[in-house]
Design a protein around this ligand. Structure first.
Ligand code: R5P
Length: 309
């Protein structure tokens, strides 16, 4: 197996590879290209009036190694199909190795079989990516640690907590901080935040009522009289963060901050964050962020590009 993306570090500076940008996150892809010192390879991705997609390359790519840049958020189905087609076009063009940098991997929340007759999307898309010719992947803060085991090729799984913690510490100081996971599933990630910050952690016991609403039952751990840093892999509707922040406030927390790797910010997410007791939220650009997010005074955006090159 040829590895273009090294396990510990960078896209090998001495390796002759080309970067292919999908259409999901142009500014992040350009930043990755700049940091890795490689231009984006001329690629045409056409959308037909009926929604079909066609991929072709404008120059000869045969015998090279290729790395696809594609964040699979916001319109996951669209960008997944685009990625399959880029992989297929690369293989048919005769490249020798195909890597994928997917800062956000869609469908990560569907990685457990919940009863008979339920789709297991995370596993199925691992298979499709393999079938589309992908041989290696780099990604950030997967929703569940077991997801790489679905893949029949190396998955290099990194965390954005370093850059988020650094941004948080630059702006805020607290000698009384506790890291809080907004649900029990965040325990591993929150444990890493707590270790990095050398603080204790607590966990909210969350019950999801439906895709948009959650119910917080209690907090395992102590937040009374403390400043809180809520840490999670993603914020989608912001129901989880907002209700966890509210519970922390009711339990006597003082200042409340949040750090999330993937900011999907769908539906009324910004409104919920604005109204919540969260004083400031730190998020990466693993998913493209709208102006409404980047201009929100409560939100700081931190680039994850250095973690991906
Ligand atoms: C769920 O377990 C995830 O870690 C997030 O907490 C969740 O997906 C966030 O979704 P929302 O913002 O819609 O509550």
């Amino acid at each position: 197996m040829q590895l273009v993306m090294q396990k510990e570090g960078l896209l090998k500076k001495d390796t002759d590879f080309v970067l292919i940008s999908g259409t999901s996150n142009p500014s992040l892809h350009e930043e990755i290209a700049r940091l890795s010192g490689k231009p984006l390879f001329p690629t045409e991705i056409v959308r037909f009036p009926d929604g079909e997609i066609r991929v072709s390359f404008k120059e000869v790519i045969e015998a090279k190694k290729a790395v696809i840049l594609q964040s699979l958020g916001r319109q996951p189905n669209e960008y997944l199909v685009e990625t399959f087609l880029i992989g297929d076009a690369l293989r048919r063009a005769g490249v020798t190795h195909i890597g994928l940098i997917a800062p956000y991997l869609a469908y990560s929340r569907q990685s457990l079989q919940e009863g008979n007759g339920t789709s297991l999307a995370s596993r199925l898309f691992a298979y499709f990516l393999h079938e589309a010719g992908i041989q290696e992947m780099r990604t950030l803060d997967l929703h569940a640690e077991h997801i790489p085991s679905f893949y029949d090729f190396p998955v290099h799984h990194f965390s954005a907590l370093e850059v988020l913690v650094e941004a948080f510490l630059k702006q805020y100081a607290s000698d009384n901080l506790v890291v809080v996971g907004p649900d029990l599933g965040s325990a591993k990630l929150v444990g890493r935040y707590a270790e990095k910050l050398n603080r204790d952690f607590a966990l909210v016991e969350k019950r999801r009522i439906d895709a948009r609403n959650v119910l917080n039952l209690s907090i395992v751990g102590e937040v009374e009289g403390k400043d809180v840093l809520l840490a999670d892999d993603m914020c989608s509707t912001a129901g989880t963060l907002a209700s966890a922040a509210q519970l922390c406030r009711e339990k006597g927390a003082k200042r409340i901050f949040a750090a999330v790797t993937h900011g999907l910010f769908v539906e009324r997410a910004l409104e919920l964050i604005e109204k919540s007791p969260i004083e400031h939220l730190f998020v990466t650009n693993s998913v493209p962020l709208d102006d409404s997010v980047t201009q929100c005074a409560k939100i700081s955006c931190v680039s994850c590009a250095p973690l991906l090159v």
